[in-house]
Design a protein around this ligand. Structure first.
Ligand SMILES: CC(C)(COP(=O)(O)OP(=O)(O)OC[C@H]1O[C@@H](n2cnc3c(N)ncnc32)[C@H](O)[C@@H]1OP(=O)(O)O)[C@@H](O)C(=O)NCCC(=O)NCCS
Length: 248
């Protein structure tokens, strides 16, 4: 199954809100914390641009306002077009002024996540990672450790989004692993601008197991300090970058 992928940054989001539906404008009006407002606007903008690019629709503000990204009871985002449920499944993540939306056809499920590569304490790793993940991290070199722990954590979050539970369940019910690419990712650390080299490049396989119940196959990528992961069921090739529609 093909995963479509679009990233946007804060600077891409219009200052006005005419691209939001009237219902979404009401939700935004109820949000008081500036960071949450900014993250939510960036996520909605990214999702709407991804939906228009994926479905080859205009990205005129009027068209964007006819698309609603509604939270299900779980918090998982669902897409409505002109108040009708759309035939696609999406996942959203926002981190440090960048957001991503991953899209698959509605018969599939998808989860995606962005994380900053940063040090994670021993206590964090022993509290939230499975024994297998802790072993992988313990076997990594000092140079690899922050990247590996971040990629595994992001892979777990992607799977928890695909399961639609999020962090309501114990993070040790999902166990992530990767097989290669880590040294290449570390070499790529200085290339901060993914759009210059294209985010479809440099994806490596990711595996996440949910207890004995389900296996997720997916992909990870690190460019600069940002780690990206996506998982889908059924499994598919590396995420395909959507090129945004021209603004009309
Ligand atoms: C899903 C979750 C793991 C993501 O947390 P995060 O890494 O901080 O944030 P990200 O930016 O990567 O992802 C946020 C997006 O995940 C999506 N999301 C939220 N809950 C979700 C769920 N149960 N399943 C799938 N996706 C979910 C939303 O689209 C959200 O963005 P939005 O609120 O702007 O629409 C976390 O929000 C969560 O567990 N939520 C559900 C349970 C909950 O609310 N618990 C309280 C905190 S423990």
């Amino acid at each position: 199954m093909e995963i479509s992928w679009l990233e946007q940054v804060n600077a891409d989001v219009p200052l006005d809100d005419e691209w939001l539906s009237s219902g979404e404008q009401l939700i935004l009006a109820g949000m008081k914390v500036p960071k949450r407002r900014a993250d939510w606007r960036l996520g909605r903008w990214t999702a709407k641009r991804a939906v228009t690019a994926h479905l080859e629709l205009s990205s005129h503000p009027k068209q964007l306002s006819a698309i609603e990204i509604r939270p299900a009871a779980t918090g998982a985002p669902e897409v409505f077009l002109d108040h009708q449920s759309a035939d696609i499944s999406i996942s959203l993540s926002h981190r440090d002024g960048t957001a991503v939306c991953a899209i698959v056809p509605s018969h599939g499920v998808v989860g995606c996540d962005l994380e900053l590569v940063e040090p994670r304490s021993d206590a964090f790793i022993s509290d939230y990672f499975t024994t297998e993940e802790q072993t992988l991290i313990a076997q990594s070199s000092q140079e690899q450790r922050d990247h590996l722990a971040t990629i595994l954590w992001s892979g777990k979050e992607s799977a928890l989004k695909a399961l639609r539970t999020g962090l309501r369940v114990d993070t040790r019910t999902v166990s992530a692993s990767i097989s290669d690419g880590l040294d290449y990712a570390i070499q790529d650390e200085d290339r901060a601008d993914a759009s210059v080299i294209g985010v479809s490049r440099g994806w490596y396989p990711l595996h996440v197991r949910y207890e004995e119940r389900q296996a997720f196959e997916g992909w990870w990528q690190c460019i600069g300090k940002l780690a990206r992961t996506a998982v889908s069921v059924p499994a598919g090739g590396p995420p395909i970058r959507l090129s945004g529609c021209p603004r009309l």
